[in-house]
Design a protein around this ligand. Sequence first.
Ligand SMILES: O=C(CO)[C@H](O)[C@H](O)COP(=O)(O)O
Length: 276
Amino acid sequence: MSRTLDLDSEDLSPIELAKRQACHMAVDENLPKSAKVIGIGSGSTVVYVVERLLKKPGIENVVFLPTGFQSKELIVSNGLRLGDPDCYPDVDVAFDGADEVDANLNCIKGGGACLFQEKLIAVLTKRLVIVADSRKNSEKLGAYWVKGVPIEVVPMAYTFVLRELKRLGCKEPKLRMGAPGKAGPLVTDNGNFIIDANFGLIDKPEELFKQIKLIIGVVEVGIFSQMIQSAYFGNPDGSVTVKKNDGTQRIIPAEVTVASAVQQKITGENPNVITV
Ligand SMILES: O=C(CO)[C@H](O)[C@H](O)COP(=O)(O)O
């Protein structure tokens, strides 16, 4: 098994360092000793989850489920075992990023257009752990993430879905365009389009989710409600804020997160591991 990820702290910006600390703490505190199947989310943050997982003994025996092309590449290029959700529907834990997380651990996801597969893993896992930097830690959805709720739609239905979203109160739903080099709309890993729908501050995420989901042509909605067990946010000072779905919140001080990183570098072990 090749283990290639070894990101050097010196090359990382303060934001990247914060994301990394959050991921390392999240893995250390949530990786079950007996984990057999692990879900890997999409985006720039989960790279540090994989970095930490690669240090764990026995990780070569675990099956990893991706949530899109990028996380599949991340799994395969690091020599980890790749699986499919249809073959491994019982997931022990999943780690994923988010675009915004509110006080009740509802979140917006899909900034990277992977929301459908991310939601599939979210419903299959016993424990969904979100990793992010402090810019994503919000009181109410829509406060920081103003690009809108990502919605995956069947291409032939997109005009209808745009119309229905306006009826639900979204002033200007937008079909997401492809990156430079791609003429026309972005196409997801599942062959669909993405609509970004800004509803302003979202008071009732669960309700809005249900309303959007009922529109014909909608495959999945980037509102994740009542699905997350805990969220780890890396702060600029090196500390990590942990929010749990029981309403508790705690801060892991920078001394602890940095000591863990140093210890791990020297011995490959983390003194603060709380295995579950
Ligand atoms: O939902 C996602 C992809 O669909 C990502 O998890 C979300 O966009 C966060 O990405 P990053 O870790 O790069 O901030």
